[in-house]
Structure formats: structure tokens, C-alpha cells
Design a binder for this molecule. Structure first.
Ligand SMILES: Nc1nc2c(c(=O)[nH]1)N[C@H]1C(S)=C(S)[C@@H](COP(=O)(O)OP(=O)(O)OC[C@H]3O[C@@H](n4cnc5c(N)ncnc54)[C@H](O)[C@@H]3O)O[C@H]1N2
Ligand code: MOO
Length: 406
């Protein structure tokens, strides 16, 4: 038996970060940027109007007010999106919309509310009465006042949310270099498995590990690739794995790694994976290796609680490493609200309920204790209490480690 740390070293020492990939911005949400995003466009890209109104030369309206409005002839419309705005000559105006380029000659905008014109749709007037003497630059949004070409808009490492993506697009980008979401194959094994919702009949059970692992992969930022389940037939298992491998960045199997006569994963992959026992409970039997020198494969024990614990302790850190994030996350601490027993010589990972307070307080999630088959009780678990190998019982008030997930 090897320690949890020795096994983690063994796994993480063989997992290489995935190469960054350029993807359309529409597919980049939630992914981590692999390089700084440099503005190609200025934001705003050109001087434009902040108001619906009239583009003018400020010098023409000196002294204009409500009691002394100034009349200017209107030479045309400047809508948003125009590529050839009219020129505003001395003593003249153009009607302009929000977001439209400031026409040549103009240096200010007077909002429609400060004119004799009605707001909303109206025919172009021949002349307009304006009741405001604007400063030069009034209601003009200057090119590059937010970002200039060459500025860093987003830093490498940013996890892209909605506002990051809109900033990148505004600065001229349609694709971004990101750490791709690892595509993780999910394969259950065992003759006893039947699909969800089907009456299993005698001796068989629903395959709950497939949805468990797929959900954990998604929660860890990966993209699950469901491969269904195979029975206790090593040839069939090898065929499924070989067919799926080209589209996978990692693979998680469950079941068939212990010392049974039909342990199918061990039988099929013992040439390529290392099978060992780790001093942890649950999750003692584990298999790991790289297929085709590239795809990390985690052969987890079949018991559902073992799957869940093995995932958080071994698979999730490796998925983080695949996307270039720190693999190891420090444990928290908590106090035991009640006592429970622990397996001697193995580190215990016990699904627990957590009462938040100044110090978190935890108690076992399953009334029936720590059995690795208690899959329905697992639904209540909010974290894993972590108890050292040399402890054989936790007493109320004892400090324990706390492993939580996002
Ligand atoms: N003689 C020994 N027997 C066992 C040992 C041992 O050291 N000596 N270790 C036990 C431990 S600990 C574990 S964990 C299990 C691991 O066994 P396997 O990985 O070979 O898993 P299976 O035997 O295939 O299944 C175990 C258990 O989980 C159920 N299972 C499997 N797949 C699914 C699934 N997709 N959905 C729901 N439940 C599943 C399966 O029916 C079994 O009850 O070995 C112990 N035995
Ligand atoms: O190690 Mo097993 O995973 O205890 O149930």
C-alpha cells in the first residue's frame, strides 16, 4: 500500500497541461485565457455621439439659451452605421443619432430635448432652434477614451465571463487563445449494471457511477464524454477505449480494479496502467497510467462513495493541472460535532454535513456510517472530512481536515 501523497505525486508527475487552443469567442465562456488580449481596435473605435440630437460647431452657439435660442440650417442626417457622414460647415448643423460618427467639422452635440424638434421619429427639419451653448466636446465620446490599440484588455489566466468576452469583442477579437476544457471519457464497468430508470431485475443495479462521474467532471470544468457501460469482458472494454481515445484528453473508468475473479479493467489494461492500493478509505484500489503516452486514465474502484472520493482526491487535481491551474488545493479545517470510527492505517475521507460557524462543524452525512456503497446518502454530503491514518476514532470536538469543492 502506498500513501495518498505518493500516489498523488505519481499521478501529477505524469499529467501535462493541454496545449492552448484558439476558439471562437462564442465558445470561450468559462475557459481560462492562455495569453494577454491586446486591443486591435480602439474603444470607442471613432469619435461618436452620446446623444440623439444635432451635431454642431460649439463656436456657432456661443450665448444660445432658452430665452435666446440660435437657429442653424440642418444639412442632413447622420445615422449610426453611416460610412459617409455629411460635413458640418460653419454656422450649420446635422441631425445625429447616438453611436453615429461625429461628422467632419462638428465638435459638439446638442440633445434633441434642447431644440425645437420633437423627440423620436420626425422628418428632417430644414432648420433647428437650439437652446444650449455647448462646450466643445459636449456629448462626444472620444475614440480610444476606454482602450487604445495595443492596450492590454485582459490578462492571461483570466477565467472568461460574459463581461470579459464583450471587452475582447469590442477590442476587435473574434477568437481567443484559451486552455481548452478537457474532454473526459466516462466509462462504467460490470455485468450487474443497467441503464437509469430501467427495472434492474434480480442481481443487477442501476449504473449510478456514469452520471456521478459525468457531473463531477462538469463541476470540475471538464467536458464529459459519456461512453456508457461495458460488462465484464476485457475485449469489449479494450474496443470501447480504443475507439474513444482519439477524442479524449482523459478517461475515468469505475469498477473492476480489485481482486475479484472478473475485475475487467485490471484484466484489460494491466499492461498499460499501474494498479496499486492507496492508504485511504474509501478508494483503496486504484489504477492509473497514460494511454498512447498522452491520455491519463483513472481506473477508480466501483463503489460509488469510492468513486466520489477518488475523483476529488486524484482526478480533480489532475484536471486542474491539465488546464494549467495549480493542482493542489489546501485543505480547510473543521470540528467534529459527533464522534465516529476510522479505519486504522488508512486516511479517512468521510462524506459530511457542514454547519458553518466561526469554525465549521461536521457530522457524517450517512446515518449508516462510512460504507462506500451508501450512494443515496451521498446526496446529502457537502464536503469530505479528512482524518489522519494514525487515528482510529474521532471524538466530538476533535479537529479534522475539510475537503470542499466548488
Ligand atoms: N477480497 C477483497 N475484496 C474487496 C477488496 C479487497 O481488498 N479484497 N476491496 C474492496 C474495496 S475497498 C473496493 S472499493 C472494491 C473495489 O472493487 P472494484 O473496483 O473491482 O469494483 P466492483 O467490484 O466492480 O464494484 C464494487 C461495488 O460497486 C458497485 N458498482 C460498480 N459499478 C457501479 C456503477 N457503475 N454504478 C453503481 N454501482 C456500481 C458494484 O456493484 C459493487 O457493489 O472491492 C472491494 N472488495
Ligand atoms: O476502498 Mo473501498 O474504495 O473502501 O470501498
Amino acid at each position: 500500500m502506498i500513501t495518498v501523497e505518493e500516489y498523488q505525486e505519481h499521478v501529477l508527475g505524469r499529467v501535462e497541461p493541454l496545449a492552448p487552443r484558439r476558439v471562437p469567442v462564442t465558445e470561450a465562456h468559462g475557459l481560462r485565457l492562455a495569453e494577454d488580449v491586446i486591443a486591435v481596435l480602439a474603444v470607442p473605435p471613432f469619435d461618436n455621439s452620446a446623444m440623439d440630437g444635432f451635431a454642431v460647431r460649439a463656436a456657432d452657439l456661443v450665448g444660445a439659451s432658452g430665452t435666446a435660442p440660435v437657429a442653424l440650417p440642418v444639412d442632413g442626417d447622420v445615422p449610426a452605421g453611416t460610412t459617409r457622414p455629411v460635413t458640418v460647415g460653419p454656422g450649420r448643423a446635422a441631425r445625429i443619432m447616438t453611436g453615429a460618427p461625429l461628422p467632419p467639422g462638428a465638435d459638439a452635440v446638442v440633445p434633441v430635448e434642447l431644440s425645437d424638434q420633437p423627440p423620436g421619429a420626425a422628418a428632417l427639419p430644414a432648420r433647428v432652434l437650439l437652446r444650449r451653448a455647448p462646450e466643445a466636446g459636449a456629448h462626444v465620446r472620444r475614440r480610444g477614451e476606454d482602450v487604445r490599440p495595443g492596450d492590454v484588455v485582459l490578462g492571461a489566466g483570466t477565467v472568461l465571463g460574459a463581461t470579459h468576452l464583450s471587452a475582447a469583442v469590442s477590442a476587435g477579437h473574434g477568437e481567443l487563445l484559451v486552455r481548452p476544457r478537457p474532454r473526459v471519457g466516462v466509462l462504467a464497468t460490470g455485468d450487474e449494471l443497467c441503464p437509469p430508470g430501467v427495472d434492474p431485475g434480480p442481481g443487477r443495479i442501476p449504473d449510478s457511477n456514469s452520471v456521478l462521474v459525468a457531473g463531477l467532471v462538469r463541476e470540475a470544468g471538464g467536458e464529459p464524454v459519456p461512453l456508457g457501460s461495458v460488462g465484464d469482458d476485457p475485449e469489449a472494454l479494450r474496443a470501447v477505449v480504443a475507439a474513444a481515445l482519439p477524442r479524449l484528453d482523459a478517461l475515468v473508468t469505475s469498477g473492476g480494479v480489485s481482486v475479484g475473479t472478473k475485475d475487467v479493467v485490471k484484466a484489460a489494461l494491466s499492461g498499460e496502467l499501474d494498479f496499486t492500493t492507496v492508504a485511504m478509505q474509501p478508494g483503496k484500489p486504484q489504477g492509473f497510467g497514460l494511454l498512447e503516452g498522452r491520455v491519463p486514465v483513472f481506473a477508480l474502484p466501483g463503489n460509488p462513495v469510492s468513486v466520489m472520493v477518488s475523483f476529488h482526491v486524484h482526478v480533480a487535481p489532475a484536471l486542474r493541472q491539465l488546464v494549467g491551474r495549480p493542482a493542489r488545493v489546501p485543505l480547510g479545517t473543521a470540528r467534529a460535532a459527533v464522534g465516529w470510527r476510522c479505519p486504522p492505517g488508512r486516511r479517512q475521507y468521510l462524506p459530511v454535513l457542514v454547519d458553518d460557524g466561526p469554525v465549521a462543524s461536521v457530522r457524517p452525512a450517512a446515518a449508516g456510517g462510512s460504507g462506500s456503497h451508501l450512494v443515496a446518502s451521498l446526496a446529502a454530503a457537502q464536503a469530505l472530512a479528512v482524518v489522519a491514518e494514525d487515528v482510529d476514532a474521532v471524538a466530538p470536538g476533535d479537529e479534522v481536515g475539510l475537503l470542499q469543492w466548488p
